[in-house]
Ligand binder design. Sequence first.
Ligand code: UDP
Length: 327
Amino acid sequence: MRIFVTGGAGYIGSHVVKALGSLGHEILVYDNLSTGHSWAVLYGRLVQGDLANAPFLEATLAAFRPEAVIHFAASIQVEESVREPLNYYGNNVANTLNLLAAMDRCGVRNLVYSSTAAVYGIPETIPVSETAPLSPINPYGASKVMVEGILRDLAKARPFCYIALRYFNVAGADPECRIGQAYAEATHLITRALKTAKGEYESLSIYGTDYPTPDGTCIRDYIHVNDLADVHVRALEHLMAGNGSDVMNCGYGHGFSVKEVVAAAKRVTGIDFPVLETDRRAGDPPALIADSARLRNKTGWAPRHDDLEFIIRTAWEWEKGNRKENR
Ligand code: UDP
């Protein structure tokens, strides 16, 4: 199958490209390399382009004639979205409209879309299922809710089908260690903890210890990036088999607190790195855990790496080998 992948040079995108490429699919990655890296694209062709450049985007799509699109390219940091909402609505909503309009004109009718657990805001029940109310508490989550609404409307108006995958907390690296998380600034907990263990930061801040959770720190459902890559392969197969549009949570169904993750990172690295307890970070819900029954039942997906220490170990191997000259 020919698959057009926006953001395929990024962290999750590059793992999905690897999974699809190793199955023999023909891939074109469209990425502006703002946070992605050309070395991370292990299969297919990379076109450096911006989703804001609508004519170039459409010309690239029209020339490739894909059967499906997977749309990763987006801004993803909760705190930054609170500070810079216009950037988030511009990049995540307006640029997605460019992509959907180009797909519409080129007759590309299948999309796998990267959504997020941030669409739920502070869920009333945990684990949270796809039918829970959508009430995001930050512009990042709100931008993803908007796009999900646009996709729903488009699927009513056109012979267009999509699967929106609501990611919980993605972490770890490919065990072969050729790709992994490589942002200029580490903001995600596990990466930040490991870079602190490496000495790149003086200390790790725990953002808030007064949440209504057993140890007072936020709880998240951490999923290994290769399990999430497998979710995309299965979601695409499900979509192409004509099962119609859907929305699916992607997580393991249980969570760990920030303090538990920090303890696991210390065990895996063997380094007792400095930790500070600081104020809450803007926009963080206390707990997010996925009810992923729909994903498992409909696509047959099952986790292979549901093990926090394995997740951290693969991220640690990547961090240790990820020297600057590789970038
Ligand atoms: N967190 C933290 N210190 C850090 C980074 C994150 O305490 O240096 C906390 C953050 O407040 C949240 C959890 O770890 O409760 C997961 O944050 P992350 O940025 O990894 O993912 P998010 O849940 O925001 O997508």
